[in-house]
Ligand binder design. Structure first.
Ligand code: SF4
Ligand code: SF4
Length: 525
């Protein structure tokens, strides 16, 4: 392999060109050893730009690439696919995250940001020369089953759309209510264990009294929200408090609610993230407007910490304010409190005035819903991460809002975070379609930057086997550790913990890391 490098600079997002002189950076790249092509594009994810850079790579016989843009997981996978077609090994493409690692931390110091960007580019050019071309291997999937965990609104939609792709769907539902669904519906059933990897999972399911094993190619987690439980400190202090959806149901059923009405943006404000509040905002505004329309003299206060009403929801805020809904933004250090001795009074420290306000209420509603209690067990069994809200964490909001970091596992609806039924159903449709498409590929591609054991160094201590969250290492016939490459996610945990230093991640070796670290430390920024 010759070592002919192409450097691609992207000036798409608003922050990068504001702070970094990308022309200067690309000019500098063109003076570096082995760089045979430099291209500055408007947006590296754009199909025209992809065509342009790949064409140039072919003409200049490029075999390694450095991309100066945003995080790897955000860059369009079509770029990698195009390079693959142009015979550039996908593991010889190195990404420099200019946006998150240079621009955002140094917003107020452009010279420093420029110097750091240059140093990171130099480190990436050195690193890309140390990378080895890696292979991906293929394995046949044993089934086209798609398992959907949860038979609520999003789960049913997921099963419907997955079935349309030709997949055989199985809904695992812990309740006993029967409903129409494609494929098989297993009621009174829960997931106990999982083995395998995307394309060839083996799940252990308890169905009633029986325990059975089920093979599937893909999984959709659609466990729903914890609709019936309010367990924050405020809810505990005021037993008559309602989740917002219940207030909504009661109003729509014609019940007259006792005033004044106070809506708080979360049942446990201290522990909730933005995502929960986004949902809370939309719902709170909609309901407050509805209440005001029904009775103009109703006394409604919305108590909130962060205003996150997007798009048309901003108009709802304006409308609610014009209708006379009162808004109180509380100081995060003085979150709403209810004294159990006075369960109909909520005190809140107003951020603007710095004073504590006491609000007497007839009805108290909490505008968000705790995550489903089942999520933790499911995340643990499937070895997928959770968000601080108690939901399942998705892969990348831009490129995979219903994917998880594990290939073949998708997530939708309130399993991610509380949301309205409409949005949950839409997410279910997307997750179902992706799971169906994943299962229809019929083959699993694996390999690349995965763990590798140097058997001579292995003392068969089993530490890696106990540590790996994906059950990838095992003791092979030579009584030494081996890696089940299909299962390895390249997380590196076994590398760090092996007492004999017998494991390395391909293309992420100690030498490469040390070289990169030294270059960064020498940088003048
Ligand atoms: S942790 Fe290291 S020494 Fe122990 S079994 Fe795994 S590879 Fe071998
Ligand atoms: S890098 Fe090691 S710990 Fe991580 S998935 Fe692969 S084998 Fe398991």
């Amino acid at each position: 392999m010759k070592g002919q490098i192409q450097v691609i600079g992207c000036k798409s997002c608003t922050e990068i060109p504001q702070l970094i002189d990308m022309n200067k950076l690309i000019e500098k790249a063109s003076t570096m050893d082995l760089v045979v092509s430099t291209v500055l594009v408007g947006a590296v994810c754009d199909s025209k730009s992809i065509k342009q850079v790949v064409q140039e790579a072919k003409e200049r016989e490029v075999d390694r690439v450095v991309v100066l843009a945003c995080p790897k997981k955000v860059v369009n996978p079509a770029l990698l696919a195009a390079f693959k077609k142009a015979k550039v090994n996908e593991f010889l493409v190195e990404y420099v995250n200019i946006r998150d690692e240079v621009v955002l931390p140094h917003m107020n110091d452009p010279p420093r940001a420029q110097a750091k960007a240059e140093t990171m580019m130099v480190a990436a050019l050195q690193k890309v020369m140390g990378l080895k071309p890696l292979e991906t291997l293929k394995e046949q999937m044993r089934t086209r089953n798609v398992v959907v965990l949860g038979g609520g609104a999003s789960g049913r939609k997921a099963a419907e759309t997955a079935a349309k792709t030709g997949a055989h769907t199985i809904i695992i539902e812990k309740g006993t209510k029967s409903f129409k669904a494609p494929g098989v519906l297993m009621q009174n059933s829960v997931l106990l264990k999982s083995k395998g990897y995307g394309g060839n999972f083996v799940l252990t399911i308890r169905a009633g009294e029986k325990v059975e094993e089920l093979e599937c190619a893909a999984i959709v987690v659609a466990t729903g929200g914890g609709w019936t439980t309010l367990n924050g400190p405020l809810a505990k202090a005021c037993k008559s408090a309602l989740p917002l959806y219940e207030l909504d149901e009661q109003i729509r059923a014609g019940k007259k609610m006792e005033g004044p009405i106070v809506i708080v943006d979360s049942p446990d404000p201290a522990g909730k993230s933005m995502q929960v509040r986004d949902y809370a905002w939309d719902e709170s505004l909609e309901l407050a407007i509805e209440l005001k329309r029904r009775s103009t003299d109703s006394d409604i206060t919305i108590v909130f910490q962060e205003m996150r009403a997007f798009g048309l929801s901003e108009l709802r805020y304006k409308e609610a304010a014009e209708l006379g809904v009162r808004f109180i933004r509380y100081d995060p250090t003085g979150i709403p409190k209810i004294d159990p001795k006075e369960p109909n009074v909520i005190s809140v420290k107003d951020l603007a005035q710095g004073e504590t306000i006491r609000l007497r209420f007839g009805t108290l509603a909490f505008a968000s819903i705790p995550a489903n209690d089942d999520n933790e067990g499911i995340a643990d069994t499937l070895r997928i991460p959770m968000s601080p809200d108690g939901g399942i964490r998705h892969g990348s909001i831009q490129r995979g809002p219903v994917s998880t970091p594990r290939p073949g596992i998708f997530v939708c609806g309130s399993a991610l975070f509380p949301k309205t039924k409409d949005i949950a159903e839409e997410e279910g449709m997307v997750a179902g379609e992706l799971a169906g498409e994943f299962a229809s590929k019929g083959i699993i591609e694996y390999g690349g930057s995965v763990a590798e054991v140097t058997q001579e160094k292995c003392s068969a201590c089993l530490t890696c086997i106990r540590t790996c969250p994906y059950e990838a290492p095992f003791i092979g016939i030579a009584n030494k550790a081996e890696i089940r490459t299909q299962a390895c996610q390249g997380c590196g945990m076994c590398v760090g913990i092996c007492p004999s230093k017998a494991i390395e991640l391909r293309n992420c070796t100690d030498d490469l890391i040390m070289q990169e670290t030294k270059t960064m430390l020498r940088g003048d920024f």
